[in-house]
Design a protein around this ligand. Structure first.
Ligand code: AMP
Length: 371
């Protein structure tokens, strides 16, 4: 059972700077940071995991039966150039499992996200393992040296970040850099035995669950806190911003934020992108009633008719301007309603599809007609 948790929309900047990592794009370029009246540096949350780990420590959740399983959703903020599927304020839903390093927690979360994304089009999953900080640091040095010898073939931004974060070269969309990275040594081949076993166990559970995935040694998540399992779900219909959601294990994060050593794993998914990846909506039959007024003295009555219809569960629109009857019928057409009530010399009901118009007794007869 995942328990719902809400953390504040902003936190101390330090939480993200430390938690996400100084060398990441998010911390270097994408945070909305400001000072409050007391001169404290605050940041609109760019992600949900560091705040949840902060809350886990602050609220003594390590004293509960482990693991602690949490979920959240809400607004997040990143200072990025807006484009299709990329916004400066967006919504994420996320899930986290703290207090266990068992591969079954990783696999459970990946299966959970795949179930959440079941209705989306052209979904695929990539997974990898980033090992532990020791192997990762040794690998980072190895990769930096290896890329240093091929600097001329790399794009300018990748070269500029070589010292700080050579792994991000895997994310480059520059063709020359991609060609180099295809040949580069891979972290997944440098895992120590325990991490390799952990990754094999996660894969085996995913196989048991019948989940199709691709192992992608070039999968590098943009945040520094990941260890061991990382994964990303994409949709083929989203264009450049294809990521629907992703996450991974972050076994050192709680400790980094001042708690006792506590393993954790989780994911976040972008709600707007989930909606963009849904099948094209199928238009349902027209429904609802427009209440038109052909005689100004019947306006008040029209208000009552719309209220009565709504109280009976029928979607009703009322004429709020002083359009002519012709204008009102045009408006009813634009709204796509099935019927229009016309209050003129009589109480009439017009079927917008057939065009048939006849006198009716009142609201009760309208309700029988539209039921
Ligand atoms: P991340 O923590 O960067 O992996 O983000 C998790 C998910 O949030 C991504 O897979 C996207 O679906 C979504 N997301 C991240 N940044 C944005 C953004 N600027 N606009 C819309 N959705 C985003």
């Amino acid at each position: 059972m995942y328990e719902y948790v809400e953390t504040p929309v902003f936190e101390e900047t330090e939480l993200f700077a430390r938690g996400i990592g100084q060398s990441t794009d998010v911390v270097q370029k994408e945070m909305f940071t400001f000072e409050d009246k007391a001169g404290r540096s605050l940041t609109l949350r760019p992600e949900g995991t560091a705040p949840i780990c902060r809350a886990y420590v602050e609220h003594g959740m390590h004293k509960r039966a482990q693991p602690v399983k949490l979920w959240y959703w809400g607004p997040f903020f990143r200072h990025e150039a807006p484009q299709a599927g990329r916004f400066r304020q967006f919504s994420q839903v996320g899930a986290e499992v703290l207090g266990t390093d068992e591969p079954s927690a990783d696999a459970e979360l990946i299966v959970l996200l795949s179930q959440l994304l079941e209705g989306c089009r052209e979904v695929s999953v990539r997974i990898s393992s980033l090992g532990n900080p020791r192997t990762r640091s040794a690998y980072r040095d190895e990769l930096r040296d290896w890329l240093g010898a091929r600097e001329g073939e790399l794009s300018e931004p990748v070269r500029a970040r070589l010292d700080l974060n050579p792994l991000r070269a895997f994310d480059s969309d520059d063709a020359g850099t991609q060609a180099v990275m295809a040949e580069a040594p891979k972290l997944i081949d440098r895992l120590d035995d325990e991490d390799a076993e952990h990754f094999a166990a996660v894969r085996s559970l995913l196989d048991d669950a019948g989940l199709a995935y691709e192992v992608d040694p070039g999968l590098v998540r943009g945040l520094d806190y990941y260890t061991r399992t990382v994964f990303e779900f994409e949709s083929g219909v989203l264009g450049a911003q294809a990521a629907l959601g992703g996450g991974g294990r972050y076994d050192g994060l709680v400790e980094l934020l001042g708690g006792s050593p506590t393993p954790g794993v989780g994911w976040a998914a972008g709600i707007e992108r989930i909606l963009l990846a849904q099948p094209e909506p199928v238009e349902g039959p027209p429904r609802g009633v427009f209440v038109a007024v052909a005689k100004p003295e019947r306006r008040e009555e029209a208000f009552g008719v719309a209220n009565d219809l709504r109280a009976a569960g029928v979607a009703a629109e009322l004429e709020h301007t002083t359009r002519s009857l012709k204008g009102q019928l045009k408006q009813a057409d634009r709204l796509g309603v099935r019927h229009t009530v016309i209050l003129g010399d009589a109480f009439e009901l017009k079927d917008m599809e057939t065009g048939e118009q006849r006198e009716v007794d009142g609201v009760q007869e309208v309700l029988r007609e539209v039921a």
